[in-house]
Design a protein around this ligand. Structure first.
Ligand code: ADP
Length: 308
């Protein structure tokens, strides 16, 4: 027979039947333990666990509330940024219509279809025309950035011959680099490069980077180069221009930001070209980066995944 276990208040005891010393006699062995301390510490542990459970519940609730709040904020941010993009897109669209009419009527005046302009009138109408052109470029850039941010700009991908694009952009930029007496070089090693891109947008990317290279170069030249790795096209646009100081590296991709220098301030610009170019490259699945040394020049490099 097994012993009987039990406890009285804070005492635990065990009773074991035993054989007496004389044959046929029986007795019991009773052992008592003082378990007061053990009970105290068990009680303390129970209280501690209860307190811990309560704290965990409180903290979990606080965390859930915070997460809920964060989700709400995120939703609000997404809503307001979608609203901003929609607003910018429709505003830009509305601005383009009257602007096109200003451009159209300036052209009619400049063509002198309804009579001659005197010298002053000719200068002023030319000013109206070039300001309107500038504003239209700005609006188009804002519209494109908004469309990309709203996920509404869709690429029309097709096979494009790189040399064809390089030649077209070079022809458009010729007056600019010739005027500054700059060298213009296109480097394309090996067989012709057929890339899959949105032709219009790809031309815009190359045009923006090359026109910046020309704009920010006083002497020397600019170079457009295409290389390839197994998975990517790598396109470099380098110049021997004014360069960018390392402390200004992080502003060049920010909208409406321009490096604050005497030379840059003397040149017209909006600070939208690079942010838009970066977004267009990313829309193609590529990456835009650059290296630059103040006073020596810059190289802007972008990759484009080779699509099958
Ligand atoms: P911007 O209309 O001013 O040219 P961008 O967004 O194209 O606007 O470029 C932002 C700024 O980055 C420019 O204002 C200029 O300070 C700097 N930058 C861009 N390209 C070059 C370059 N090739 N060399 C030196 N600075 C450059």
């Amino acid at each position: 027979m097994k012993g009987i276990n039990g406890y009285l208040i804070d005492i635990e005891f065990n009773v074991t039947p035993i054989q007496g010393e004389k044959k046929g006699t029986k007795g019991y062995l009773i052992i008592f333990w003082d378990i007061t301390e053990r009970r105290k510490s068990e009680e303390l542990r129970r209280q501690f666990n209860q307190e811990l459970e309560l704290q965990v519940k409180i903290k979990t609730k606080e965390l859930n509330d915070l997460l809920e709040q964060q989700n709400l904020y995120q939703e609000q941010i997404l809503k307001s940024s979608a609203f901003k993009s929609d607003f910018m897109a429709s505003m830009s669209h509305e601005l383009r219509t009257p602007l096109n009419s200003i451009i159209g009527f300036s052209d009619v005046l400049l063509e002198k279809y309804y009579g001659d302009l005197n010298d002053k009138q000719d200068i002023y109408v030319h000013n109206v025309r070039s300001s309107a052109d500038h504003l239209l470029d700005l609006i188009n850039d804002i519209l494109d950035i908004s469309k990309i941010e709203a996920g509404k700009l869709k690429l029309e991908l097709e096979n494009v011959n790189f040399s064809d694009i390089a030649n077209r952009v070079e022809a458009t930029l010729k007056p600019l680099y010739m005027e500054k007496n700059l060298k213009f070089e296109v480097v394309e090693v090996g067989k012709e490069k057929i890339i899959i891109v949105d032709r219009k947008r790809f031309m815009e990317i190359i045009y923006n980077l090359l026109s910046n290279a020309i704009k920010y170069t006083k002497e020397g030249g600019v170079k457009l180069e295409i290389l390839e790795t197994k998975d990517d096209w790598v396109i470099n646009i380098s110049d021997t221009g004014i360069g960018i100081a390392s402390e200004d590296f992080d502003i060049v991709f920010k909208e409406f930001k321009r490096v604050n220098s005497e030379y840059t301030n003397s040149i017209e610009g909006t600070g939208l070209g690079l942010p838009l170019t970066k977004k267009l490259i990313e829309l193609h699945g590529g990456i835009l980066s650059f290296t630059s040394e103040l006073g020596k020049g810059s190289t802007f490099t972008f990759t484009l995944p080779k699509l099958k």
